[in-house]
Ligand binder design. Sequence first.
Ligand code: SAH
Length: 345
Amino acid sequence: MKDIKSMTLAELEQEMAQLGEPKFRAKQIYTWVHRGARSFDEMSNLSKNLRERLAENYELYCPTAVRKLESQRDGTIKYLWRLKDGNCVESVLMRYHHGNTVCISSEVGCPMGCAFCASTLGGLVRRLTPSEMLDQVLFTQLDSGLQISNIVLMGIGEPLDNFDTVCRFLELVNSPEGMNIGMRHISLSTCGIVDKIDLLAQKNLQLTLSVSLHAPIDEVRSRIMPINKKYPVDVLLASCKRYFEATGRRISFEYAMIRDVNDTQEIAQLLVKKLRGIAAHVNLIPLNDVEESPLKPSRPDTVRAFQQTLEKNGIPATVRRTLGGDINASCGQLRRKYEQSARKE
Ligand code: SAH
């Protein structure tokens, strides 16, 4: 059966033509689907006959929340969603002054193998479908009762490893007849798959590209991020420049501060050198402790000193406030714990 929630409005119009239905039906159905309808039976402005034919021909799946954790400190809510095939992915709702932001996953697991990341420990299980990405935004909004205004693709998985699906998801979530979330309210984070960054640049979307840099030199970066062996730092930064030239959008660089690995003053100076001439903003994130990893977060003084060196040299840098520390809110940790406990049961 065809997955109706992964279809664009134009595709749904074609489907309706094939079923011998007028064009406006497509918009009615699309609106229901994007409001989170759980079955065709809910679509009360369609005839019973049409609802039955839709149910025979199309799949309309909605995920269930198997875990929901709410931070007592800052109201962050973490969801673990069960997908149609029993796999689970996480989304996190963060409440910022500038609006409610949902961080969503793009894959079940991740193939990229970064040394500090919990999402990649079991490798890639499978890529998500467009509807499975959309559902995370839709049902986080419906379940929490909070209007979502921003999306970050920074959950489990590598969005650019699931390129076509991510592009379709962006089209769906951005559509005026759907959730209508503006591209400028969406950030996409990548470990640095350069050929896909170039493809994305061609699309000239107004979203924010976040690049997980984490080190300015190959010697260090290759040690913690295997992708660096394929696309070394200079190659990656050149693609960031091209991205800016094509879209006019400043690049946001993610930099997880790892004690004695990438946090020295010498490395801060090297980072300054590498980022000179790139319209950049650096987000410093104290490393989140992952049980399975020997890597530790930098000390607060070291983080501050690193930030000051960047700022003094004209590179805007902020230290990211960590939210949801009491609910294991970072990347892949909840899914991992859940799968481990499910295996024991
Ligand atoms: N695959 C994409 C997006 C998912 S990860 C990417 O690599 O960008 C979102 C961000 O969290 C990335 O910057 C990633 O490097 C970072 N991250 C992963 N594990 C982390 C940890 N233990 N502590 C801090 N940041 C982490």
